[in-house]
Design a binder for this molecule. Sequence first.
Ligand code: AMP
Ligand code: ZN
Length: 113
Amino acid sequence: MSDCLFCKIIAGQIPAKKVYEDDLCYAFEDINPQAPTHVLIVPKKHVVGLKEALPEDAAILGHLQLTAARIGRERKIENSYRTVFNVGPGSGQSVFHLHLHLLGGRKLSWPPG
Ligand code: AMP
Ligand code: ZN
C-alpha cells in the first residue's frame, strides 16, 4: 500500500533497524521502545490489523508468532517476554498495518494497562 508507514519500511523507503527478514515477514526495532527488547514483526503483505485478517492469512499470523519466538530465543529472553497485537484505537493501535509487538528483557506486569 503506497501510503503506509510499515509498507515503506519494508520497501526500504523509510529507515529502520532491521532485526530479521524472510519471504513472509520483516522485523525491526520499535522507534519508541517500551522494554529492552521491543521488536515489531510485520507481514510483508499489507493486512490492516488482526480483525481484518482473513482465513487465508492464518499462516502469516502463525509465522509472526513463531518469528517472535525465534527472536526471543536468539536474545535469550525466554524467561520473560510477551507478544501483543493491539487491535483498534482503544487498545493503542496507531499504525494500521498488522504488527506483532515482541516485548521483553524486563519483568512484565499483569494485567497490562
Ligand atoms: P501500535 O500502537 O500497536 O499501532 O504500535 C505501533 C508502534 O510503531 C509503536 O510502538 C511505535 O513506537 C512504532 N513506530 C512508529 N513509527 C515507527 C518507525 N518509523 N519505526 C519504528 N517503529 C515505529
Ligand atoms: Zn502496509
